[in-house]
Structure formats: structure tokens, C-alpha cells
Design a protein around this ligand. Structure first.
Ligand code: ADP
Ligand code: ZN
Ligand code: ZN
Length: 724
């Protein structure tokens, strides 16, 4: 008896596909992987359903080539989650599975965990062991379950010959076991939590086993991470698993190390810098409950767990939780859905919560847990705004800022200067004829990168050699305007020739480990002045930094994006949190052309919460998210106007049945041309989430059938976070 198997395949078509199987229906399970012919290709798909009837003509159905799994590979919970994601984000189901799976498993690797040699004590020996042998025996005594050869090597160096000798005497024995993450052999003592921290831990733990959402709002350095760790400690003892999401930035090492050093737990890490093999192993370990804590970036939200008990989202406001291409999901949103389905609590942590989350707190849907003091007795730094008017004489640094840097350096402290633009300068211009270096593929200027002697477009990646004379009029002198990290670095090296200056941005950290090495260098107190982009703003704990300077903070105040002010307030609050984390008092100087702008007065006098509160009222009044629901259709095409035309047709389709949904546009994107394509967008807005989604569902198939839809690259973005 054959059966029909419905399969999700990774292709842009918004449908699943039926295939024939010679196997009995009872030998199939949803969540298995299969290899099937698709056109001229061979694809790997996921079994969605097993059926006896197909809507397609049976005689036309192709046969499944190969079953890759003998049992369900994806647990039911993940199957449901991915299908929900596909519906909610209106994204092809096959591509959603693609996004949810680690690469190697997606490509058909066997559902098998990696094995490793583990050593454990056998019988006591009469022979006196050598020094290294004794070390090994001591360590193994502490680990009755055994230690992997890798763990022993990491701890004691080359152990091969000692192990062989011990084995020959029968004092130790080897066995093959599933490869677990390296344990940390020296666990630090837990810190004593303060009352606020204790309370937060207790409240969350009192709600295990039920869905509830918490916002852990604590100023930078108030000990949120310590709260996560203590909650995990309790849950791990009950053999429960915890998923911890962190933003997509270079600070994973520091964060993971704190967990590893505090908890006797099997911790796996899933992010882009982890090898494909290790990611696969982490995923499989988690599914089998052989990992206790799963720490990962955005896509780790899809990691299956056998005994899930809690989800933590650190820095929940961070924009990297939203994927901006392909499946445009928000990991926080998916995590919330997952926690709800699983019936487990979820903790969102931040010093500067997103307006979305604050709105939910106001509606009493999320419970607020507050940490109001800096842990360990450190004080928040004094923050001042200084005028940047004369700054251009010193390559972007005002004399006030330079004086302050000098003072802190003389006290042998570190200084952190923050500027949110890499490169040397954002504008290159000819004074004679006013020529400007513009990107030929984008409506944008080329950025001067002096060290590489190049012009870069930060939007499309176009690279040109830095011209030595004006390409228009031949004038030999071209001038650059504005500042970037390179210019600040150069200026500082000139002003403080004896002080080491370390630049930390995407250009200086391209090599593997470069970022980690720099962080190490900083923590060893080697560098005195650190110049960096937002890579430096987040989460790092630099104990010797006493002065933080923010250079050129103004851009966002005049941005067209309605979220720009929110992001600026978050960024400034995060950056200022980098000062005075240790025992020494900190100071923050914000250099701005607009020292009297009310934004600064509000932020500095009343703090992030007050600013966020104001912004939220504004948004509610103007019916902007998080009040009401938005979706954006985007189009881009090489030929001008095509995207606008397609979106116009979509708008007309939608208008037919849009009763409680407002359709706005289409309009050209703010930067209309990017990477050689002309872009446009069409906005949908509604107070009724279901109505918005229904309207999209009603028309999306017709949209795919529009002729122009084949010429224009188009997408739909639910709950967009960027509108420029
Ligand atoms: P956050 O995650 O809120 O920025 P952290 O958890 O990183 O804060 O804590 C900041 C610093 O304070 C860390 O060095 C941490 O070890 C320390 N710390 C946290 N809680 C306590 C506590 N209860 N007692 C002493 N030190 C603490
Ligand atoms: Zn010129
Ligand atoms: Zn460009």
C-alpha cells in the first residue's frame, strides 16, 4: 500500500508538494526529512503530512527518492512553530524550515551526534604515576562520569602518552560517548544577590510551568546577567533546559564565559561564528536534552528542546533580533509565541526596553521586574552635553573633549570614544567645482577609508581607489568632511603621541578572533584610548574606562525613521553605561551640534524611561507602532518605476476588500536607488491585527500571479522595524 506524503520544499513557491511513497503510511511521521526530485534538481524537504488523497492528479505525482530519517527529525513543537511563522510572516513554508535548521542538517547530514573518547577511573594502581599522570588521575576523580580527551588536553596540554601509560596499567578506561561541550573545570562561587535581584529570581521561579512574560529592566551594570544565571542554576538542578537569546554582536564570548564559569552545566552556543559541525552538534544535543543551556543569536530561537523550562532574551530591544531579509521574523516575537505554546515563562532583559515591550507592560500583559542599583556598589557616571561647534578644527574633537581625555589619561585610566561611523570621513568633495564622490549604484555618498586608500559605499559595498585629484575638473586638492572612526583615531594619535589608541570597528575586526583579542588587550589595560562604533556600545564590562565620549551624536535627531529617536536614546544610555563600571567614578561627555535640543535635556535629566514614556504617548497619538499593527510591501527593480507600478497594482488589489485596514502609498523609498535597484514601499496599517493578516492572505496569491511580480523583487514585512 502506498501513500501520499505532503512535503515542504525550500523554494519561493507558496505551497507544499505531494509525493508518492511505496512505504506504508504508518512508517511515515511528520517532521522526517526526505530527498525528492523537483524539476531537474534533487531537494531535501520536510514531511508536513501523510495523506490518502491528494488535490493534485495522482498520476502526475513523483516518487520520493529517499527517506533520510527513520523517525521524526523535527519534534512536533518545532513543526507547529515553523508553520505558525510561515503563516504569520506570510513567507513560503519551505524557506521557513530552511531558516529554522542548522546548515548541515538542512543539507541532509545524518541525524547522529558526534562521538568522542571519554576517560574515567578504572582500578587503583600500584605503580607510582608520573606528574602528569597524577594530574589526570586527580581530575578524573572529580568527574566520575569521565572527561573527554579534549577536556583533558585543554586543561593539561598534551596528554596522549600519559593516557596510554595509565590505560596500559588498567588504572583508567576509555569509552566512546556523545561529544559534550567542554566543561569549565573551575566553577566560581556564586555572588550574593542583592534584594532586588533575589526578588526577581524568586518571582520568575515561582511561575515555572506556566506562560508568563517578564520584563527585567535594570540599568546597565545592575546585575541582570547574574539574575539569569541564578534562575538557570535552579532550573538545571531539575534537569530543565533554558534557551538564552543574545544579540548578533561580538560579545558572545564574555557572556558565555560568565555562564560557563558560574554554572556546572552543559552549555552549547549557536551563532554565526560557530562552525557548521558544532552548530549541528549543539542543535542535536539540545533536542536530546544533553545540553542544559542553549545560548544563541536570532536563529537559535528555533532550537528544539526536550525539557524546555524558560526562554531568556537579553538586550531585548536590540535591532539584530529582527531579520531584515528573506524570512523577516523577529526572534522576540517568535520566542513569545514559543513560550506561550510551551507554557513556560519568558524573561526579556534590558536597560533600555523597546517601546513594544514597555507598551505591553503598561497594558499589564508583561510583569515588570526592576533592578534600580548598580550591583557591586559602582555608581552611574555623571553625564553632560557639550557643544561641538569648534570640533572640526581638531578633526571632530572639541577642545573640551580633548581636555577631558587628557585629564583621565593622566590619571592612568582608559577612555572610550564612541562614533557611529566607520571609515575616515563620509564626504569627499572638490572645492573648485563642487564634485562629490557619490556611489553610482545608490543614492548615497562614498565613504573615505584612508588606511585602505579607498572609497567605499556602505550600502552596496562598491569599492573605488581614492582619487588623488578631482575626476571632474582635475583640481589636485580634494577635501573630506565629517568624521569616522579612522579620522578620530588619527587625530588622537596626533594629539597624544605616547598613548596607545585602539580602533574597534568592522574594518579593524575582520580577522577571526581580532575582536576577542582586542577585548583581551583592553581588559589587560594595554590600550588607553578606545575608538569604536556601536560594536563597543553593548554589553562590555571594561573596568578601567572612566571617560566615555560620544562624538557626532546628532544624525539620528533629524532622521526620517520614526524609530530613530528611540534607538538614539537606547544607544546613548547603553554607551554611557560603559563608564565607571569598576571601582572608579565615571564621566560621560556627549558632543553635539545641538546641545539645547530638548531630547538631550529629557534624556539626561529624566532618563531613558521618561524619554521612552514620551515617545510612547507620541506614537499612540499618531497611531504608530506599537499602537496598531503594520505591514510593508517592498519592491525593487533595476528599471525605474517598475517597483512603484507593481506596488500600485497591489494597492489596488488590497483596496478592494480593505475595510478596517488603511493602505498608504506606494511611495519611493527614502534612498530610492540602492545597489542599482529602484525601491518603493506600500504600507498597511490597522488597529485590528487579524484584519491585517486576513487581507494579506486574501490577496497574496493574486499578487504572485501579477506579471510585474516576476520582474520586480518583492517582499512583505510584518511588524517592520525599519521604514527607510
Ligand atoms: P548587567 O547584565 O545588568 O549589565 P551584570 O550582571 O553584568 O549587569 O553585573 C555587572 C557587574 O556587577 C558584574 O561584574 C557582576 O559580576 C557584578 N554583580 C552583579 N550582581 C552582583 C552582586 N549581587 N554582588 C556583587 N557583584 C555583582
Ligand atoms: Zn573639481
Ligand atoms: Zn552603493
Amino acid at each position: 500500500m502506498s501513500c501520499i506524503v505532503e512535503i515542504a520544499l525550500s523554494c519561493p513557491l507558496r505551497q507544499t508538494f505531494d509525493y508518492l511513497s511505496d512505504d506504508l503510511a504508518e512508517n511515515w511521521q511528520t517532521g522526517m526529512r526526505v530527498s525528492v526530485p523537483f524539476g531537474s534538481r534533487q531537494l531535501i524537504g520536510i514531511v508536513i503530512a501523510i495523506k490518502s488523497i491528494s488535490e493534485q492528479t495522482i498520476s502526475k505525482l513523483k516518487k520520493i527518492d529517499q527517506k533520510l530519517d527513520h523517525q521524526a527529525f523535527l519534534p512536533n513543537e518545532i513543526m507547529q512553530l515553523v508553520q505558525w511563522v510561515s503563516r504569520y510572516y506570510h513567507h513560503p513554508i519551505g524557506e521557513c524550515f530552511q531558516a529554522a535548521l542548522p546548515k548541515r542538517l538542512r543539507l541532509g547530514d545524518a541525524d547522529e551526534m558526534q562521538m568522542e573518547t571519554y576517560w574515567s577511573l578504572a582500578q587503583p594502581t600500584n605503580t607510582k604515576p608520573g606528574k602528569k599522570q597524577q594530574h589526570i588521575l586527580n581530575l578524573l576523580e572529580d568527574y566520575p562520569e569521565g572527561l573527554s580527551e579534549k577536556a583533558l588536553r585543554t586543561q593539561l596540554g598534551n596528554v596522549k602518552s600519559s593516557l596510554s601509560a595509565l590505560q596500559a596499567q588498567n588504572s583508567i578506561k576509555a569509552s566512546q560517548k556523545v561529544a559534550l561541550p567542554l566543561p569549565c573545570l573551575t566553577i566560581q562561587q556564586a555572588v550574593a544577590l542583592n534584594n532586588e535581584q533575589k526578588q526577581a529570581v524568586e518571582i520568575v521561579l515561582s511561575r515555572t510551568g506556566e506562560f508568563s512574560t517578564f520584563l527585567l529592566q535594570g540599568i546597565t551594570g545592575s546585575g541582570k546577567t547574574e539574575v539569569y544565571i541564578e534562575i538557570c542554576r535552579e532550573l538545571i538542578e531539575k534537569q530543565q533546559q533554558i534557551l538564552v537569546l543574545i544579540p548578533e554582536i561580538g560579545l558572545t564570548t564574555q557572556f558565555v564565559e560568565r555562564f560557563r564559569q558560574s554554572l556546572n552545566a552543559r552549555i552549547v552556543v549557536i551563532h554565526s561564528a560557530v562552525s557548521d559541525t558544532d552548530r549541528k552538534q549543539a542543535w542535536l544535543l539540545s533536542r536530546a536534552a544533553k545540553a542544559d543551556i542553549i545560548i544563541g543569536t536570532r536563529s537559535a530561537v528555533f532550537t528544539p528542546m526536550l525539557n524546555p523550562s524558560l526562554i531568556i532574551i537579553d538586550e531585548e530591544h536590540d535591532s539584530s533580533y529582527k531579520q531584515q531579509d528573506g524570512l523577516r521574523y523577529h526572534a522576540r516575537n517568535v520566542a513569545l509565541m514559543r513560550a506561550k505554546t510551551l507554557g513556560i515563562p519568558i524573561v526579556l532583559g534590558s536597560a533600555t526596553p523597546s517601546l513594544e515591550t514597555l507598551y505591553q507592560v503598561k497594558q499589564q500583559r508583561y510583569q515588570l521586574l526592576k533592578l534600580t542599583q548598580r550591583a557591586g556598589g559602582a555608581n552611574l557616571p555623571a553625564v553632560r552635553v557639550i557643544a561641538g561647534q569648534n570640533a572640526s578644527d581638531n578633526n571632530g574633537l572639541s577642545s573640551h573633549l580633548i581636555k577631558a581625555i587628557k585629564k583621565h589619561i593622566e590619571q592612568n585610566h582608559q577612555v572610550l570614544l564612541f562614533i557611529n561611523r566607520r571609515g575616515f570621513a563620509p564626504v569627499l568633495m572638490c572645492h573648485q567645482c563642487h564634485w562629490q564622490a557619490n556611489c553610482r549604484s545608490c543614492d548615497a555618498k562614498m565613504v573615505v577609508h584612508q588606511y585602505q586608500n579607498r572609497l567605499f559605499c556602505h550600502h552596496c559595498g562598491l569599492i573605488q581607489t581614492l582619487p588623488t585629484k578631482c575626476p571632474e575638473c582635475g583640481h589636485p586638492e580634494l577635501k573630506s568632511y565629517g568624521v569616522g572612526t579612522e579620522k578620530i583615531e588619527q587625530a588622537l594619535t596626533g594629539i597624544f603621541p605616547d598613548v596607545p589608541v585602539l580602533r574597534i570597528d568592522r574594518d579593524s575586526t575582520q580577522r577571526v578572533n581580532a575582536f576577542a583579542n582586542m577585548i583581551k588587550q583592553i581588559n589587560q589595560g594595554k590600550a588607553a584610548i578606545l575608538v569604536g562604533t556601536q560594536m563597543l556600545a553593548k554589553g562590555h564590562d571594561f573596568h578601567d574606562v572612566t571617560l566615555v565620549g560620544v562624538v557626532d551624536a546628532d544624525q539620528a535627531l533629524f532622521s526620517a525613521d520614526f524609530r530613530a529617536t528611540e534607538s538614539l536614546a537606547q544607544l546613548i544610555t547603553q554607551v554611557t553605561g560603559r563608564a565607571g563600571r569598576g571601582k572608579k567614578a565615571g564621566e560621560v561627555l556627549i558632543q553635539t551640534e545641538q546641545p539645547d535640543h530638548p531630547f538631550w535635556q529629557n534624556l539626561l535629566q529624566k532618563g531613558y524611561e521618561a524619554v521612552a514614556d514620551n515617545l510612547l504617548s507620541e506614537r499612540i497619538q499618531m497611531e504608530l507602532p506599537p499602537h496598531g499593527f503594520w505591514a510593508v510591501w517592498r519592491g525593487e527593480a533595476k528599471e525605474a518605476d517598475l517597483a512603484m507600478q507593481l506596488l500600485q497594482q497591489i494597492a489596488e488589489l488590497l483596496q478592494q476588500t480593505a475595510s478596517s485596514v488603511v493602505i498608504l502609498g506606494p511611495v519611493p523609498a527614502l534612498m530610492e536607488k540602492r545597489a542599482g535597484r529602484y525601491r518603493a514601499q506600500l504600507l498597511m496599517r490597522s488597529a485590528d491585527r487579524a484584519a491585517l493578516h486576513q487581507l494579506i492572505d486574501q490577496h497574496i496569491l493574486s499578487v504572485t500571479k501579477l506579471k510585474l511580480a516576476r520582474k520586480v523583487r518583492w517582499s512583505i514585512d510584518i511588524d517592520p522595524t525599519e521604514l527607510i
